[in-house]
Design a protein around this ligand. Structure first.
Ligand SMILES: Nc1ncnc2c1ncn2[C@@H]1O[C@H](COP(=O)(O)OP(=O)(O)OP(=O)(O)O)[C@@H](O)[C@H]1O
Ligand SMILES: [Mg+2]
Length: 458
């Protein structure tokens, strides 16, 4: 059968199936180049109840031959009233192929309200309306199905997307699937279009639900992290306030008491009283030292001399107390002014890392490296100990390292950990310093005496 005859026949099929009526269609055609007059060969299509039953070809006058239609043999699944209407956006430049796709969807039992677009502009405009699915040709005038997919991705729309093409190579199909297509079909084999579309819609619903729950989870993680960071800042504020109270009230009173006791001691001739006063003076001195220690733990006053001096002091004290050889190295003896809160964050990180080494590492050697390069302040604390056991970071009652992560976040930095039984544990804090620098001229310079915001320390 010549091409024009086939086309005519195809039109008839489409029309018949789309109309879903009992129909008998006679299509006449004349084979190209044939000397026979038009009408010498007839094709009639018998459609009953939406199903194409027979094609009858009448070659020549009076003769008759009947043959079943392989592609349309299957009985149509008539859509029932319960089937919801699907809103389908069809990106297709051929009206005939559009009709063919609709016919297949219809025969697959789907109720479809479809709109055809054939340009990217119309496609983008159509996306402002709600769609249940997109069916897209691959080769389109001036663009391809991949560009349609890219357009969807840029908008962040998540829709079932079935690619339908006359010809599509394996590589292109793989690329399309990678770019978010739900399925792809060849135009000459559309029998599985309806089930493919239904599956794509189902999968897309599951994907949407997963994305929604991922978004929810990310949001709740972000809220939790914000809360933890807020708590870190609040804790430092509270510490600063308590430290100031101890300094002003307790420290001031103890110092006054010490002067009074010394005055009594000088004035008293009674050896028993003098003895008693001596004991009281020792107790007061002890109380003053204790309050200074508590103040230091609450708010490291050593930071007033700068981060480098504070870390120097901390590592020396750690070495003395733990007996573990500890080296401190720094790229700068004097650091440029640091943004608010950075020095305190570095100080607390080193403090927790050294406490952990003391508690868990059984190390023989520790190095603390402070460096400033390419605008990033890095603090690395490394030990040669036993390394972290598996699941160490998941311990329910361990908050030190978790707290350091949150603390790093408060100054726009991050924390990295590496650990092995062979090499020990290394903790690295990195803080980009591109934020506004502290207004004090010295790194780790003291906040004003009345400052309650720990972020201002250093
Ligand atoms: N330097 C280290 N060497 C070996 N194991 C370590 C080291 N640092 C941490 N760990 C392991 O990681 C776990 C978690 O440390 P993290 O500091 O978070 O909590 P913690 O020290 O147990 O308790 P805390 O909440 O008091 O800090 C530790 O319990 C320990 O098992
Ligand atoms: Mg700890």
């Amino acid at each position: 059968m010549e091409e024009c005859g086939l086309k005519a026949l195809l039109h008839a099929f489409r029309w018949a199936i789309l109309c879903d009526v009992n129909a008998e269609i006679a299509v006449k055609f004349t084979p190209a180049g044939s000397s026979q007059p038009a009408g010498s060969e007839d094709v009639s299509v018998h459609v009953t109840g939406g199903s194409v039953q027979w094609m009858t070809v009448l070659p020549g006058r009076g003769a008759s031959r009947e043959a079943p239609l392989p592609e349309f043999e299957a009985q149509a699944r008539a859509p029932t009233a319960a089937v919801p209407t699907l809103r389908v956006l069809h990106v297709e430049d051929s009206e005939d192929d559009h009709a063919l796709v609709l016919a297949h969807l219809h025969r697959g039992g789907l109720r479809v309200d479809a709109t055809r677009v054939d340009s990217l502009t119309d496609f983008e405009a159509a996306l402002n309306e709600p769609w249940d699915a997109i069916i897209c040709d691959y080769h389109l005038p001036g663009f391809t199905g991949l560009e349609v997919l890219a357009c969807l991705r840029v908008r962040g729309d998540v829709l079932p997307f079935v690619l339908v093409s006359g010809q599509i190579g394996e590589d292109t199909a793989v690329e399309a699937m990678r770019s978010g297509a739900s399925d792809y079909l060849l135009k000459h084999n559309l029998a599985r279009l309806a089930p493919a579309l239904e599956r794509a819609i189902e999968a897309n619903e599951a994907r949407r639900a997963r994305l929604a729950s991922d978004r929810e989870l990310a949001l709740s993680r972000q809220r939790l992290s914000e809360l933890a960071q807020h708590l870190q800042t609040s804790v430092e504020s509270e510490r600063a306030a308590i430290s100031r109270e101890i300094h002003d009230d307790v420290g001031g009173s103890l110092t006054a008491l010490k002067f009074d006791l010394a005055w009594i001691e000088r004035r008293s001739a009674d050896p028993q009283v003098r003895q008693r006063v001596q004991t009281a003076l020792e107790t007061v001195t002890h109380a003053i030292e204790a309050s200074q220690r508590i103040m230091h733990n609450l708010r490291p006053a050593i930071l007033d001399q700068g981060l480098v001096a504070a870390l120097h002091w901390m590592t020396k004290r750690f070495e003395r107390r733990s007996g573990v050889a500890t080296a401190f190295r720094t790229s700068h003896e004097v650091l440029p002014p640091l943004p608010a809160g950075v020095a305190l964050t570095a100080y607390r990180t080193a403090q927790e890392a050294l406490t952990n080494i003391d508690k868990h590492a059984r190390a023989g050697r520790v190095t603390v490296d402070l460096s400033l390069a390419h605008g990033v302040l890095s603090l690395e604390v490394a030990d040669d100990g036993v390394g972290m056991s598996q699941g160490a970071l998941a311990k329910a009652r361990s908050f030190g390292i978790r707290g350091l992560h949150e603390r790093a976040g408060t100054v726009g930095g991050w924390l990295e950990l590496s650990s092995s039984a062979a090499a020990g544990t290394t903790l690295l804090l990195s803080v980009p310093l591109d934020g506004p620098a502290a207004d004090s001229g010295q790194a780790g310079a003291s906040p004003s005496a009345t400052s309650t915001d720990p972020a201002a320390w250093g």
